[in-house]
Design a protein around this ligand. Sequence first.
Ligand code: C5P
Length: 433
Amino acid sequence: MRAFVLAIDGPAGAGKSTTARGVAKGLGLLHVDSGSMYRAAAWLALRKGVGLDEERPLVDLLSRARIEPSPEGMLVNGERVEDVIRTAEAGEAASRVAVHPEVRRRLVALQRSFARAPGVVMEGRDIGTVVFPNADLKIFITASNEARAERRFHELRERGECPDRSGIVEAIRERDRRDTERAASPLARAPDALVLNTTGLIPEEQVELATRWAELARRGAGRATPVYWLGKSFVRVFARIFLDFHVEGLDRIPRKGPLIVACNHISFWDPPLVGATIPRLMHFVAKAELFENRLFGALIRSYNSIPIHRGSRARAGLRGAEDVLSSGGAVLIFPEGTRNKSHTLLAPRAGVARVSAATRSPVLPACITGSNQIRRSVLRQVPIRITFGSPMMPPRSLEVGREEARRYASEVMEAIAALRADQERRYGSDRRR
Ligand code: C5P
């Protein structure tokens, strides 16, 4: 059995440990807190009188030590160090030890060795970017500075320390600065990481959301039908050979787990072009009317299209998409609800927010331009460009009210508009040609 790897990254105090521990427990996976390995290394250095800024002696020290996670916490040469490495000072010392590339190289090699079946949930700062760039799922956990400081404050109090609030905010800021600015493996969000902002969430909520994503990512998507596979291959080859075709942001697409790709819609070429570009099995929502012709209906159905109904049946009409997402699949949705060639994006329908909320699926904004001028693209007069944005977190609640749905859908539309504005800034607009 292959090991399932969930990479959880984020700054101090955002809720990584609570989430990672909870997901690992729920899914029966090993939990490794890579931060505690840097803490253990720093603790060992302090104990042996090795300077935290001296790379060579630190590396020598590590090559003689055995650092390993256990159900009781981190062990150094068999000694349980969990309590002594949890202080604020140990955290500071860890972040100083962590700037040395050779120290990191050793600890990263050790971290990789923990990817054993059935799987591992590893938390840290560089797990999705450096330690496991091919992780099955990456989650980047954030929270506001205030929320993070508040959590650290309570954590330290529970441990019997008497922390000073403003000192904590200052320390968090300083640690963030050091972690993001260091040359070796700085704290950074992997482009394809799902964001989990824990501000205002209770621990159970964040664990539940991350566990759902992980569970669905582990289940894996279904298989492509021959028609789908053939269609996709045909469109890819056609686009590459005959069109002036450009794609950006493929590295931002999470490869597993539920995903809604939300794109602007200018041409009937959009579903095949966007769908064939995405490196995973896609499903498409399409107007129910398109299925009325039996032959065409059968064709698009085998190309993974799901009929959606409008008006009073709209709610039920989205159920097909929800079923796909609830089994870990990916769906392409056009939030504008209809084709729109004008340069002004239409106000989005609320469906994207409802489906995302009900299935807890992240939304990936995407933007396509030029697809309404296929002939001119063949003549190399108009480029067709597809740009993918970064995954957005679903709305907080399962059931969104009208207002919240509208607000969320607008945020998605704004993200699509921002992608298009960015394209135009860099390449100019089609409109001028
Ligand atoms: O997460 P925790 O606060 O225990 O981490 C302590 C320090 O270890 C961090 O501030 C960071 O400098 C370092 N660290 C790292 N890479 C990781 C995990 C932790 O550099 N993967």
